[in-house]
Design a protein around this ligand. Structure first.
Ligand SMILES: Cc1cc2nc3c(=O)[nH]c(=O)nc-3n(C[C@H](O)[C@H](O)[C@H](O)COP(=O)(O)OP(=O)(O)OC[C@H]3O[C@@H](n4cnc5c(N)ncnc54)[C@H](O)[C@@H]3O)c2cc1C
Length: 356
């Protein structure tokens, strides 16, 4: 094993940046190749911001109950570890210091449904409290997952990219036309007349990972599940102290330092149903908002197995860390840590096998 290998990472979103971070901590040299002109501008740009191991059950999942149960255990286990690594990294970057309350809330249509959901979560070993509070849950019945956290994923990406740059990582932006080729000794990446050769290449291209691998003849299924996000300046009224999820619409309201964000939904063509839903749930807040500052949509990279793919491919020295679906912010540090142990220490973990 080379003690200080050079590693090329394709994609500088939450997963690529976190992978670079953990690899560099273990002594690797890293080059990140990113199609956009900045880090963290893909799916990681405007997500709901929750670091929520409590939500590790796969959703929009087409497999059996047994497969969903297996995926849940694997993802939840990693999410718990990931949260701790992430917490340390967030602190070391000096981010998100102002919080006064921990956890995230999830709204249910009525008490019976909340209690039923609480029982299902308890069967999974996830503890929650039923809460109904005028400020915290806007008067709705909700479950409070006290161990969850939140923070702006894009701010984290920006700070982490700067930190990596300072520590010696190389970033190549606007790399819209990177061409990958397999040779006898792994994979090379051709870009603007230059051929990059490294000891290992890792694909962290989020929803585009399947397309990147298809260019090398590998068939990795990544579904692209669109979600929306609408941002507003923070209004000058009392706001819930922690994110509120809505169980009915797979969406959330998250309050960041200077803005408020409504985000999520599945299977919609626009942000209108998302906003309509939050007009029902939070009419006073919606009435206090000025026009939206940004409307965005992003593609969740969903694997078909309900958990990410982390590990080697059938091509020598080509690795994958992708398919984190609705859990990418939560899992970012943990899956990066596993990837770094695989490459640097030769560790294996079949629970995350890459299924091509
Ligand atoms: C609406 C919404 C809400 C969400 N809320 C949460 C949440 O609250 N908590 C949570 O844990 N997760 C959440 N997620 C999921 C999370 O945001 C994603 O799982 C995560 O951002 C995926 O990160 P990534 O690095 O894999 O992908 P990306 O952020 O998309 O990064 C991939 C990068 O690869 C680059 N790239 C692609 N192809 C190439 C190429 N050929 N060459 C070079 N570069 C390339 C892209 O430009 C991009 O920057 C949410 C997602 C959405 C859409």
């Amino acid at each position: 094993m080379i003690s200080s290998p050079h590693i090329l990472i394709i994609g500088a979103g939450l997963i690529g940046l976190s992978t670079a971070d953990r690899l560099m901590l273990r002594g690797a040299k890293v080059t990140l190749i990113e199609a956009r002109s900045e880090a963290g501008k893909g799916t990681s740009y405007s997500n709901s911001g929750m670091i929520h191991p409590s939500q590790a059950r796969p959703w929009a999942f087409k497999g059996s109950q047994e497969e969903a149960d297996t995926a849940f255990k694997v993802v939840h286990d990693m999410a718990e570890k990931s949260k701790h690594i992430l917490e340390e990294k967030i602190t070391s970057l000096g981010l998100f210091q102002k919080k006064t309350i921990s956890g995230c809330y999830k709204i249910y249509p009525n008490m019976d449904m909340a209690r039923h959901a609480q029982g299902l979560y308890a069967n999974d070993g996830i503890m929650s409290r039923v809460v109904m509070d005028v400020t915290a849950t806007l008067g709705h019945v909700a479950l409070h997952f006290e161990d969850d956290m939140w923070g702006n994923a894009h701010s984290y990406c920006t700070a982490l990219a700067a930190d990596l740059h300072e520590r010696g990582a190389t970033f190549i932006y606007d790399a819209t036309n990177a061409r990958m080729r397999q040779d006898d000794d792994g994979v090379t990446v051709g870009l603007a007349g230059h051929v990059f050769k490294a000891d290992h290449v890792i694909i962290c291209a989020g929803p585009q990972s399947g397309d990147v691998l298809a260019g090398l003849g590998l068939n990795l299924f990544i579904d692209k599940l669109r979600g929306f996000s609408v941002n507003f300046d923070r209004p000058n009224i009392e706001l819930p102290p922690a994110p509120l999820m809505d169980a009915t619409s797979h969406s959330a309201m998250t309050i960041f330092d200077d803005h408020i964000r409504f985000s999520g939904t599945v299977g919609q063509d626009s942000a209108r149903p998302l906003l309509r839903r939050w007009y029902e749930l939070a009419p006073d807040i919606m009435a206090a908002l000025k026009p939206a500052t940004e409307i965005w949509s992003g593609l969740r990279p969903m694997s078909k197995v309900g958990r990410p793919y982390i590990g080697p491919t059938s091509i020598k020295k080509l690795w994958v860390n992708t398919g984190h679906g609705h859990m990418g912010w939560t899992l970012s540090a943990g899956s990066a840590d596993l990837m770094s142990r695989m490459i640097m220490d030769g560790e294996t973990d079949e629970r995350f096998a890459v299924v091509t």
